[in-house]
Design a protein around this ligand. Structure first.
Ligand SMILES: Cc1cc2nc3c(=O)[nH]c(=O)nc-3n(C[C@H](O)[C@H](O)[C@H](O)COP(=O)(O)OP(=O)(O)OC[C@H]3O[C@@H](n4cnc5c(N)ncnc54)[C@H](O)[C@@H]3O)c2cc1C
Length: 379
């Protein structure tokens, strides 16, 4: 067991940290207010290969492994969660294409996405459900060499950007959930106004309306009627990004807490002298440290999973811990700030809102516990 980061991993971590600090930090307030990430920031992330970091070289990726992906994403999310959310959702969609796509599909959809010229999406959630594939209502009706897709997808990340969308719909011949690759912005495809989210500002989140969208039958991802494993895979692998965002948020809470504890004074001395403050700082440090190793380990496991079922359980388990830790760390950091923390002038206010996001996205925490318990008791 070796916990030492390789030279390449340290380099990628530093590259992401420097970019976040130098290029993203100056525009964090703008991203918060406008709820959009400037194009030059996305381009900068693309130049660092962050849109295809863990993807195979053959299709334009950097093949740097999922540990490097976690290390880089943590540093981006430490400064601003919006860009990290974009990369996380993109990697979820792209990872599904990389793992289940035919050679033709990968050659068609991956190179531009790995270079950040296209941004991928993954659309499962609908107004009726975000957790249960049996309740999907979006339909894909076979019509010769095409499918005609109708339905509404709710809360879909990156859906306003051009690129491939891995979309789940009920296929007419099998009557079962099936994954399709849809070109976003094609005829019949439209989106809502962006949702006004509590946190993760800048991350694109809209509903998608599909009205008689024609998709070639060759764009079925995997087999017709066999979308469930793709969904399970996607959601499990998506948690690597979700964990990284929560980890970066925990690190940000930690740094803000330490900074404020040293800076704020009472009777001429910093509040760091109070033992109550020290206990909170220690709690946050412990939360960060436990999240760090769980998130890094999930990246490590993702490169060579024992089985996808096993990986899904590990992903669910770590998502609960890392997501909860982010919320708890942000709460302690908020306590250290007192009323000042409630003011949007203070970074902890944004961090607190960001921390609340992870537990509800890509499977709420209780659903993760159900996956874990199901594997332990009946797996
Ligand atoms: C910022 C953001 C980004 C997102 N990005 C995407 C995206 O890119 N693609 C996408 O498809 N979705 C996306 N989503 C949607 C998100 O993943 C879902 O909203 C989430 O999985 C929860 O689904 P839901 O809100 O419909 O909750 P529901 O499924 O309605 O659950 C509501 C409550 O009921 C409980 N519950 C539900 N079913 C059961 C059960 N069987 N047993 C016990 N309890 C149950 C849940 O634990 C939860 O507490 C995004 C959401 C947000 C906020």
């Amino acid at each position: 067991m070796d916990f030492t980061l390789t030279k390449e991993q340290l380099l990628i971590q530093k590259m992401a940290r420097d970019f976040a600090q130098q290029a993203i930090k100056p525009v964090v307030e703008q991203i918060e207010k406008e709820n959009a990430v400037p194009a030059e920031i996305l381009q900068g992330l693309a130049e660092l290969d962050l849109f295809g970091l863990a993807m195979p070289e053959q299709y334009g990726g950097a093949n740097a492994g999922y540990e490097s992906y976690v290390l880089a994403m943590e540093q981006i999310a430490r400064v601003c969660t919006g860009p990290a959310m974009i990369i996380s959702a993109h990697s979820l969609g792209l990872g599904a294409i990389s793992n289940f796509g035919s050679d033709e599909q990968k050659a068609q959809y991956m190179p531009k996405s790995c270079k950040g010229e296209h941004i991928a999406s993954f659309a499962f959630t609908e107004p009726g459900t975000g957790s249960d594939p049996k309740q999907l209502t979006t339909s894909a009706v076979k019509d010769g060499d095409y499918y005609v897709i109708n339905g509404t997808k709710r809360f879909i990340s990156n859906a306003s950007y051009p690129g491939p969308l891995v979309l789940f719909a009920i296929e007419s011949e099998s009557g079962k959930p099936t994954a399709f690759i849809v070109d976003k912005l094609c005829p019949g495809y439209s989106v809502s106004q962006p949702w006004d989210k509590l946190g993760w500002h800048g991350g694109d989140l809209v509903d998608i309306y599909l009205k008689d969208v024609k998709v070639p039958a060759a764009n079925v991802l995997g087999q017709a009627g066999d979308g469930y494993p793709i969904l399970q895979y996607g959601i499990a692998y998506g948690k690597i990004g979700m964990n990284s965002v929560a980890l970066g948020t925990t690190l940000a809470a930690y740094e803000e807490a330490v900074h404020y504890a040293k800076e704020k004074t009472h009777r001429g001395q910093s509040i760091a002298k109070f033992q109550a403050i020290q206990l909170k700082i220690a709690e946050i440090a412990m939360l960060y440290e436990s999240s760090r190793w769980m998130a890094y380990r999930l990246g490590f496991l993702a490169n060579k999973p024992k089985s996808y079922r096993d990986f899904a359980k590990e992903a669910a388990l770590s998502k609960v811990v890392v997501g909860r830790n982010a919320m708890e760390a942000a709460r302690h950091a908020m306590d250290i700030h007192g009323s000042y923390g409630l003011m949007n002038d203070y970074e902890i206010a944004r961090i607190y809102r960001d921390a609340a996001m992870g537990p509800q996205v890509e499977g709420v925490l209780d659903m993760q516990k159900i996956i874990v318990a199901g594997d332990i008791l009946f797996g």
